[in-house]
Design a protein around this ligand. Structure first.
Ligand SMILES: CC(=O)SCCNC(=O)CCNC(=O)[C@H](O)C(C)(C)COP(=O)(O)OP(=O)(O)OC[C@H]1O[C@@H](n2cnc3c(N)ncnc32)[C@H](O)[C@@H]1OP(=O)(O)O
Ligand SMILES: O=CC(=O)O
Ligand SMILES: [Mg+2]
Length: 355
């Protein structure tokens, strides 16, 4: 571990100063596209207008013989596209792959000034982040970049989960962490064959009602990802960085996708991945606090005055702790509304209904 005094010193002579705080920028959906796919490439400008983050994916889902095409495509797209308020991220190949060095040696000099965040897959511990941290500093110095590129870790190995706290705290570049349920399931040797979501076999059953164990018993499907999401959220909150749910692979099942995203939102995540244009609106809806909830939170804050003591509002006790929860909701709503006029109008309309 680095000395606290050195933590915010650049790791290479001439590299930009590390950031002291991770800026909160809306990132409700991290929209994945294949930069080597001409159809997707043609849509990136439109996607940037709809999404908080667009991510040029270079890792899994890009065939081995198309890695270079994807990397070159990302360079072209980054140079040619006006991303407006949207962020541009990339997911590089894993650190043990034959492609990752070329990913970083190409992207940082060519488009380092356009890239906000680099997602590193299959991170297993702080050592992986330290490696990327130093290499990025060297490349940023050589490229003359004035702003550091932030790093996002993908939590998708059993070792990564065991070390999630040290990963979150490994570098001032750490922007956030996403749960990768597909690779994590494989790494843990879970007996599933899906990308995120529940499983009908993972359930609890009510007690028997008589002699016959087969009748009158209800079953409830359980959440396979609860423990990992909660642990990731705690690690991120401790480190002052942002947690995300990752992919939901059943593109057709927009209902279960919304449920999975909402579970993550309620547990503290700020966004999720969209793999298909259909999932963009789902993430936008789920990760934007509900207007009625925001109006309620504003009311609690107003009625609680300096935020101390206890009051009753509509039969519910409010005190210092509920005010803090309400401030989380309101500050998120304000930050999102500042970038999303449609949401700003929805919040204003709800305020007017309440008044
Ligand atoms: C476990 C993990 O690592 S998850 C992360 C890695 N995986 C990914 O990044 C997958 C990204 N998504 C995709 O590759 C695609 O959405 C697929 C393969 C799942 C489905 O693709 P398709 O079969 O083409 O879907 P579909 O026919 O519904 O597409 C409709 C249109 O949306 C486009 N489209 C589909 N996905 C995307 C996307 N992610 N971004 C932009 N456009 C897209 C298609 O090109 C098509 O365009 P067209 O109308 O001009 O023909
Ligand atoms: O990369 C994501 C995953 O779920 O694996
Ligand atoms: Mg993965």
């Amino acid at each position: 571990m680095r000395s606290a005094k050195d933590f915010f010193r650049p790791l290479a002579v001439g590299a930009p100063e590390p950031v002291r705080e991770i800026p909160f920028r809306p990132s409700r959906m991290i929209h994945f596209f294949d930069p080597g796919n001409p159809k997707m490439a043609a849509k990136v400008g439109d996607l940037a207008a709809q999404c908080d983050v667009v991510l040029g994916n270079l890792e899994d889902a890009i065939r081995a013989d198309r890695k270079q095409e994807a990397r070159d495509g990302l360079v072209r797209i980054a140079r040619a596209t006006d991303f407006g308020d949207a962020q541009l991220w990339t997911r590089i190949n894993s650190l043990d792959s034959p492609w990752v060095l070329d990913d970083l040696l190409t992207l940082v000099p060519e488009i380092g000034d356009k890239l906000d965040v680099i997602m590193v897959p299959k991170v297993e511990g702080a050592a992986d982040i330290h490696y990327v941290d130093r290499l990025l500093a060297q490349l940023e110095a050589r490229a003359g970049l004035t702003r550091p590129i932030l790093v996002h870790a993908l939590l998708e190995t059993a070792a990564g989960v065991a070390n999630v706290e040290e990963i979150a705290l490994a570098s001032p570049r750490m922007q956030g962490i996403s749960l990768g349920p597909a690779d994590l399931a494989a790494s843990r040797r879970m007996k599933t064959t899906r990308v995120g979501g529940g499983h009908p076999g993972y359930l609890v059953r009510t007690d028997p009602v008589g002699e016959d164990f087969t009748v009158g018993r209800y079953t409830y499907q359980q959440d396979l990802w609860h423990y990992t999401v909660a642990r990731m959220v705690d690690a991120c909150a401790t480190a002052g960085i942002l947690p995300y749910y990752g992919p939901f692979g059943d593109i057709a099942d927009v209902v279960a996708c919304e449920d999975q995203f909402r579970n993550a939102f309620l547990l503290g995540c700020v966004g999720a991945w969209s793999l298909h244009p259909k999932q963009i609106a789902i993430a936008k809806k789920v990760f934007s606090p509900d207007p009625a909830e925001v109006a309620w939170a504003r009311r609690v804050i107003a009625e609680m005055g300096d935020g101390t003591g206890a009051v009753m509002i509509d039969g519910k006790m409010q005190d210092d702790a509920t005010v803090k929860q309400c401030r989380v909701v309101v500050s998120l709503a304000d930050a999102l509304a500042a970038r999303d006029p449609e949401l700003a109008r929805a919040y204003a309309a709800e305020e007017n209904t309440d008044a």
